[in-house]
Design a protein around this ligand. Structure first.
Ligand SMILES: Cc1ncc(COP(=O)(O)O)c(C=O)c1O
Length: 378
């Protein structure tokens, strides 16, 4: 006992190399200091291409990371929230056209933990408008062919902690060679020797603290407030550091060779289907991508909390993610979100979601213990 799995894997053996501009070929890559900065830069690029619109608006799903709102605020656009489909991490397509108006410049379509949004369907729905689709793939990274995976007009990535590449920082905007958008760059910047040493030290410390025997004690430190997500204002956007850029290729290779336990977790959840557990296995493009946490919807918030407590007591790396819809976060600027949207499905999703650890550190013993916890609760 006294061990706790981390909710997301962080055990990549990443080595330094040359930054290769074609790392996401055939896309052009524009590096930034975070995924939030990259998203802000993508929104600014779209805004610049629609200068005739006085007060530009973007559409954002009602449930996602509040950093998406920080990027919108920095880019100087207003936000219209849109509900999810029932029991799905996808924008409600039947409400999309009603949410668009003459000031809408973009929809931000979120890749949820490695489950890509339905970009082609969104584009088809918007085909008679000039609305651009920005695909926020902070949480999703392909295992192989990138243009089979990313289909947005612009794509944004995060290389931060808890994300697929786990490089502790950085992000990027990807655009196709034929794209009309001008992304403000952002070259890769060289850091001082001291900054490099600090980065390597931080990586080593995080690696050690991610070992279950240490992570258990980390989760007990109340001031760290692990698992709590807050709205943070974005103050400035900066280029990608060379320290991160030079590790991208190696991190991608490492990510592609990770175990994901998706099949075992799917089999496990399927055994409990009659109890109302829903997973999203059929939406994971298993041939070209995997999820960074395995999401499961429970029949009620109460059952979700009971299962979470059970899994936590056994140190199995469960998480409840954001736990609320974007409108329920405090500190969001009053004038950022326009109007009142019905976010019933997004709110229900937030309250019933649990994620199971599915990274390299998960063993058969952990999977059996997870299964046992589910049986205990139902
Ligand atoms: C969907 C999504 N977009 C953007 C971001 C921001 O990325 P970063 O933490 O690199 O700023 C996150 C971070 O969790 C995210 O989940």
């Amino acid at each position: 006992m006294f061990c706790e799995l981390t909710p997301v894997g962080d055990s990549l053996r990443v080595t330094k190399g040359q930054f290769q501009c074609d790392v996401f070929h055939p896309f052009d890559v524009f590096g930034f200091d975070s995924g939030t900065s990259a998203l802000a830069a993508a929104i600014i690029a779209v805004k610049e291409s629609a200068q005739q619109i006085a007060e530009p608006e973007v559409i954002v799903p009602g449930y996602t990371c509040p950093d998406v709102l920080s990027a919108c605020q920095f880019a100087g656009v207003k936000v219209k929230l849109i509900d999810f489909e029932e029991n799905l991490p996808f924008i409600n397509l039947s409400k999309l056209l009603d949410t668009v108006n003459s000031s809408t410049i973009a929809v931000i379509a979120i890749n949820f933990l490695g489950i890509p949004e339905r970009i082609i369907d969104i584009k088809r729905t918007l085909s008679k408008t000039n609305v651009v689709v920005i695909e926020d793939s902070a949480q999703g990274m392909p295992l192989g062919n990138v243009d089979n995976y990313w289909k947005g007009d612009l794509v944004t990535l995060s290389f931060g902690r808890g994300k697929p590449l786990g490089l502790l920082g950085g992000g990027a905007v990807l655009k196709s060679k034929s794209s009309k958008f001008e992304v403000e760059n952002s070259n890769v910047v060289n850091e001082s020797a001291l900054a490099k040493t600090k980065y390597l030290l931080k990586r080593s410390i995080i690696k050690v603290l991610s070992i279950p025997a240490f992570y258990f004690w980390v989760t007990k430190l109340p001031f760290l407030k692990l698992g709590e997500t807050k709205y943070k204002k974005l103050i400035e956007i900066n280029p990608l550091s060379e320290i991160i850029a030079s590790r991208l290729s190696s991190a991608i290779v490492g990510y592609q060779s990770l175990d994901d336990h998706q099949d075992e977790l799917h089999k496990m959840i399927s055994q409990h289907k009659d109890k109302g557990l829903i997973d999203f296995y059929s939406l994971i493009p298993s041939d070209i991508g995997h999820v960074i946490r395995y999401p499961v919807l429970l029949p009620s918030e109460q059952k979700r909390d009971e299962l979470y407590t059970e899994l936590q007591s056994k140190g199995l790396g469960a998480s409840k993610m954001y736990q609320k819809s974007l409108i329920e976060f405090s500190d969001i600027p009053n004038d950022l979100i326009l109007g009142e949207s019905d976010l019933e499905n997004a709110k229900s999703f937030a309250r019933r979601l649990i994620t199971l650890a599915c990274h390299n550190g998960v063993t058969k013993r952990h999977l059996d213990a997870m299964n046992h916890c589910i049986s205990q609760v139902f």
